[in-house]
Design a protein around this ligand. Sequence first.
Ligand SMILES: *[C@@H]1O[C@H](CO)[C@@H](O)[C@H](O)[C@H]1NC(C)=O
Ligand SMILES: *[C@@H]1O[C@H](CO)[C@@H](O)[C@H](O)[C@H]1NC(C)=O
Length: 430
Amino acid sequence: MMSLHIHLASLLLLLSPLPQILSGQESFKKAAYKLSKPLISDDGKVYLCSEKNFFAFESNGSVAWTLSLSYKCSPKDRVLKINPLNVGSSELAVELFFGSEYERLGDIIGLAVSISSSCVLINVKNRGLFAYRLQGKLYWSVGPLLYQHGYRQGCRKNITECYFSSVPVFDHCEASIYISNNQGEIYSLSTRSPHFKWIQDFSSFGSTLTMKAGNNGLLYVTVAAKALILAVDVSRGSILWQKSFGQLSMGDYAPAVDSNGWISIGSLDGYLYSFSPKGVLKKFPKVLNMDSVIQVSPVLDCSGYAIYVSQTQIEGKITQIIGDYTYISAMKSKGVIFTLINPATGIIFWSEQYPGLFSSEFLRSDLQHFLLDESVLLTFFAASSTGNRLPCRSSRKILSEVCIKLLTDYTRKFQHLHREQEDNFAVSDL
Ligand SMILES: *[C@@H]1O[C@H](CO)[C@@H](O)[C@H](O)[C@H]1NC(C)=O
Ligand SMILES: *[C@@H]1O[C@H](CO)[C@@H](O)[C@H](O)[C@H]1NC(C)=O
């Protein structure tokens, strides 16, 4: 299930169906507006869309400004560009970045934005991957069937029914893009031109692969149906390790990768599974002695080192396995616990049962007019740095630091190899 995505460039808005409000939400205040999946900007503002309205919130939950759009947030065939600086001025605040006012150009499967390389990627079903400059100029485009050095690459199983089927993913440290097709092949492309670095066949794991760049020399691939996580070496596309975790929520299972390179994913078994870059698992327990589920994605804090997690306490959990998937039904929510945790150290900085001190504050703010779900509240905790003792860093700073660390590690490895070679020569000289 897709949800609405807002990306920070100026602000790029991919219009897509609203996320379903999950069953655990009865306890939250019923209100007029359902909200999309939110986005936090570096200045702590939270951006959300609802119906034909776009909202910018302060991190304390008060509305900073709103824009009415000419389109509903629901169709998934246009990308809008919003310039916050022009809101309230005579300049144009909203423009159509991709798509047409009059016709459908095709379903947009995914959107990704890189500010550092001034690049916007748009995957349009059956049409291919389009790379635009942030200013709106087409940079390059590519289909899943690639010819390089005279050989056909990609779509090895079936040429006619082959298309890019995933959200494109930037690797900021490698200047690479990852995307998969409907036949379970993953492509690594260069950001600058549509030349591929490698194409690997992951079809033995299934054809629905969710990718997340570690920006640490690894690409993490989640196979939701098999509850598997793969760590892929970005230089060759080979699998370094593969681990299992508990069953996932169908809607919102996107894992979070922190600045230590740990990848964390919440499961319907109530545990948070965190894996180190080497594949070491830390499983964080359910709170209290109760049945619980994690049904929304963790949200990274502003330091990049810790994550906000929500666990829903439930009673009457009925688990049903149909095919590869586990369905949980007849679930009655009893409450929610929010936690801020550093996966690498295992330290819990903050925890609160809903409605607690901090969530009540949000419920008194402008947010009381909206239908809140766990993922919106997690975002506001992250934006306002609730319970956090680590200093905030801009997303640009976080990325540049992880890339510098990766480069230092590479250099050290290279020097080490070089020294070993020299030692070998010295021995053979004797
Ligand atoms: C929320 O934050 C904004 C901007 O910092 C401020 O102007 C406003 O007074 C705050 N609202 C409340 C209720 O604290
Ligand atoms: C490719 O898929 C289509 C539709 O599923 C099918 O009609 C066609 O025969 C397939 N081609 C090959 C070479 O398998």
